[in-house]
Ligand binder design. Structure first.
Ligand code: SF4
Ligand code: MG
Length: 332
């Protein structure tokens, strides 16, 4: 099946004091129609930068795509002008964010904001837009949508607000939904409800979804395929069952150990020692995870691992799995 989205050798860089550093470093992946692909990793791993690159939402003058290609449904997004991409953004590709980043405007009613999305991409009357807004609110599980449509964001709970965001995202029936930490700001019960809703609307709308999260529990719930990112690179990629039954990369294994139980409020990432290196302090050679890796070997700081298939459809970037191949820079 032809992929809906194809990211090829993407390098996205950010400027720090005039020097550009790669926040996404030579990343390639595909999303097939109706597939849910999870992108996991701690904050600072390049997950969000990747989605901002796809949507052409990188902060101007700070972030830029250095090389690579992004193909979506027959067009090349990275080559498009702002005007062209505006027609696609919100219509064919929609995005939802973590609560604090939502684009809900506090001074406008829910209905007004939903209708804005509709007017941007469709030719419909005010009356139709209002009816469609109510139907959309209903479709995301909001009861009494006729009342909610006239309310303001502060009158709703966090979970309701995220439902409204989802309604806005699916308003124009996008082919691809990018959900960046969609449940992170919500409490556990509401999280589960929103995940169920995402699954449901994905099926009803036949959408592909890129789900960006630091939470492997969320991945297990929702995803078909998983990409694990560390320091701007893909370190492991496979289907969701394989990832949970046979994780290979030491980073993935550590993330697994960090999955909180649903009834416990655990600080998810505190169990992995150390932090993701900052862009400025990224090691230039060797494995970027070496400083934190419990399985690091002497050569890990001098030889850069390459993402390669270990088993059918299972890709890993770690020297532990490269033993059969000649290693560049290591003397026999
Ligand atoms: Fe750990 Fe070395 Fe593998 Fe990197 S290459 S993950 S440091 S074992
Ligand atoms: Mg992020």
């Amino acid at each position: 099946e032809t992929p809906l989205l194809e990211v090829k050798n993407l390098e996205t860089a950010f400027s720090i004091e005039g020097t550009y550093y790669n926040a996404v470093d030579n990343v390639s992946f595909n999303v097939k129609p109706r597939q849910i692909v999870g992108i996991v990793g701690e904050s600072g791993c390049g997950k969000s930068v990747m989605s901002l690159s796809i949507m052409k939402l990188l902060p101007k003058g700070i972030g830029k795509i250095r090389s690579g290609e992004i193909h979506f449904d027959g067009v090349q997004l990275d080559k498009m002008s702002d005007k062209e991409i505006n027609k696609i953004r919100g219509k064919d590709i929609a995005m939802i964010f973590q609560e604090p980043m939502t684009s809900l405007n506090p001074v406008f009613s829910i209905g007004f904001q939903l209708q804005e999305v509709l007017f941007n991409h469709m030719k419909i009357s005010k009356k139709e837009a209002r009816l469609k807004s109510i139907a959309l609110l209903k479709s995301v599980g909001i009861s009494r949508p006729e009342k909610i449509v006239d309310e303001y964001p502060h009158q709703l709970s966090g979970g309701m607000r995220q439902r409204v965001m989802i309604a806005m995202a699916i308003a124009c029936q996008p082919k691809l939904l990018i959900a960046d930490e969609p449940t992170t700001a919500l409490d556990v019960t509401v999280q589960a409800q929103i995940l169920d809703l995402l699954k449901e609307i994905q099926q009803v709308n036949d959408m592909s979804v890129i789900l960006i999260t630091h939470d492997l529990g969320v991945v297990a719930e929702l995803c078909d395929e998983v990409i694990v990112m560390y320091a701007g690179k893909i370190v492991e990629r496979t289907d969701v069952d394989t990832l949970f039954h046979d994780p290979k990369h030491p980073y993935t294994k550590l993330l697994m150990g960090a999955i909180p139980k649903m009834d416990e409020e655990v600080e998810v990432l505190s169990t992995i020692e150390g932090i993701v290196p900052s862009l400025k302090n990224m090691p230039k050679v060797g494995c970027k995870f070496a400083a934190r890796c419990p399985q690091a070997m002497p050569e890990c700081t001098s030889v850069s691992p390459v993402l390669a298939e270990t088993d059918d459809g299972h890709e890993v970037s770690c020297l532990l799995y490269e033993t059969s191949k000649p290693r560049e820079g290591v003397q026999a």
